[in-house]
Unconditional design. Structure first.
Ligand code: NAI
Ligand code: MG
Length: 356
């Protein structure tokens, strides 16, 4: 018996449980045919429904209990009736912060067969890896609401950029760019954010000296947003702050087939704590419960998880079969122009794995 990878499954809200079911289906199939791979799944019923019942998004000892896992596989959280800042902060951000998952890896890659809203672009034109700072910056949670409800009310939200936090994310991105022999682009906003982003640019400059073989570029976030649309070829590996990374990766999803195809990994590279794998999209209340959500983003996150476990062959197989499904166009959900249900897409992935 091989040592199992321990996976905590948090399906969450809305379409979360629907898409996660397909990811678990595929992982279970893999372990059933490969003796050298074994997973142990434990489910946690946390999320907005749990909040309505118990007044909290997760159990008080939730973080302590999650600690013993190798990875967390998360659907999505958030539902009408529970304020979004509560569902986000009390579950998702709490996990990211408690487990120091300071790297958010989001591939912005136009797969073969995937639709794009851009004209005249091919998969060679959009192939980036966005490395987003995931632990501090604009999402540090530092601020206050003063004089609430009064005419002179003041809201403060401060960005926090530590040397350690800034340097480690930039270094992580340089390591990848160097290993993959690709250029690295830093996206910031030093003209307007004259403290935090000037600092960011300085650290980028400093760290770049240790990687003389890596070609570097630096963009302001507004210009970068334009070039994501007009000339995405410019970008290979990208490193950016928490807020900018959040926004430009949704923009990236928009040019590579939409939210149903956008995956993300929240990594604690030192592996002191579990890392978390999730689709970028939310709980999509507008389509929840209808079995029409696209599970491919969640399957892509499973591929990222397999890679993190060192199961590179399986990781590549899953990703290449996602691509095959996009090219074949026979079993796709309505967001990609098909008529298949969420679970039919998962079943088809298992069928394709069987035929390999
Ligand atoms: P959303 O990503 O849930 O939905 C945006 C649009 O994309 C909707 O029209 C939805 O139907 C569509 N969509 C999303 N995922 C899809 C999929 N897999 N297949 C087909 N279509 C899909 O974002 P929205 O509407 O802004 O937020 C809804 C809720 O989700 C909110 O409560 C929000 O706070 C939460 N949220 C949670 C996230 C997370 O758990 N990581 C991330 C983003 C939002
Ligand atoms: Mg987002």
């Amino acid at each position: 018996m091989v040592n199992p990878f321990k996976i905590a499954v948090i399906p969450g809200d809305g379409i979360g449980p629907e898409v996660i079911a397909e990811g678990v289906k595929v992982l279970k199939y893999i372990q059933s045919v490969d003796e050298s791979v074994s997973f142990e799944f434990e489910y946690f019923p946390w999320g907005c429904e749990y909040y309505v019942e118990h007044g909290k998004m997760m159990d008080d000892d939730g973080i302590e209990r999650l600690k013993q896992f190798d990875a967390i596989y998360l659907g999505a959280v958030g539902y009408p009736g529970v304020p979004d800042h509560i569902s986000l902060w009390d579950l998702l951000l709490r996990i990211r912060k408690s487990f120091d998952q300071y790297v958010n890896v989001r591939p912005i890659k136009l797969l073969n067969g995937a639709p794009t809203v851009l004209k005249d672009v091919t998969p060679e034109d959009i192939n980036m890896l966005v490395i987003r700072e995931n632990s501090e910056g604009e999402y540090a949670g530092a601020g206050d609401r003063l004089f609430q409800g009064k005419p002179h009310e003041v809201a403060l939200q401060t960005g926090v950029f530590s040397r350690k936090g800034t340097e480690r994310i930039i270094r992580y991105a340089f390591d990848i760019a160097q290993k993959e022999k690709r250029s690295l682009t830093s996206i910031s906003k030093a003209n307007a954010l004259n403290y935090s982003m000037v600092f960011w640019d300085e650290v980028f400059e400093e760290v770049s000296k240790d990687y003389p073989d890596v070609e570097t570029h630096s963009y302001l976030v507004d210009a970068a947003s334009m070039f994501f649309v007009m000339d995405p070829k410019r970008f290979e590996v990208v490193v950016t702050s928490n807020l900018f990374g959040d926004i430009i990766t949704d923009l990236g999803a928009g040019i590579t087939g939409g939210m149903g195809l956008a995956a993300g990994a929240n990594l604690n590279p030192e592996r002191d704590f579990p890392s978390m794998f999730e689709p970028i999209h939310g709980s999509a209340p507008d389509i929840a419960g209808k079995q029409i959500a696209n599970p491919l983003a969640t399957l892509w996150s499973a591929s990222q998880m397999l890679e993190f476990f060192g199961q590179n062959e399986w990781a590549e197989k899953v990703l290449s079969l996602i691509e095959k499904m996009l090219v074949d166009k026979t079993v796709l959900t309505p967001d990609l122009g098909g008529t298949a249900s969420t679970s039919e897409v998962g079943d088809h992935m298992v069928q394709l794995l069987k035929q390999l």
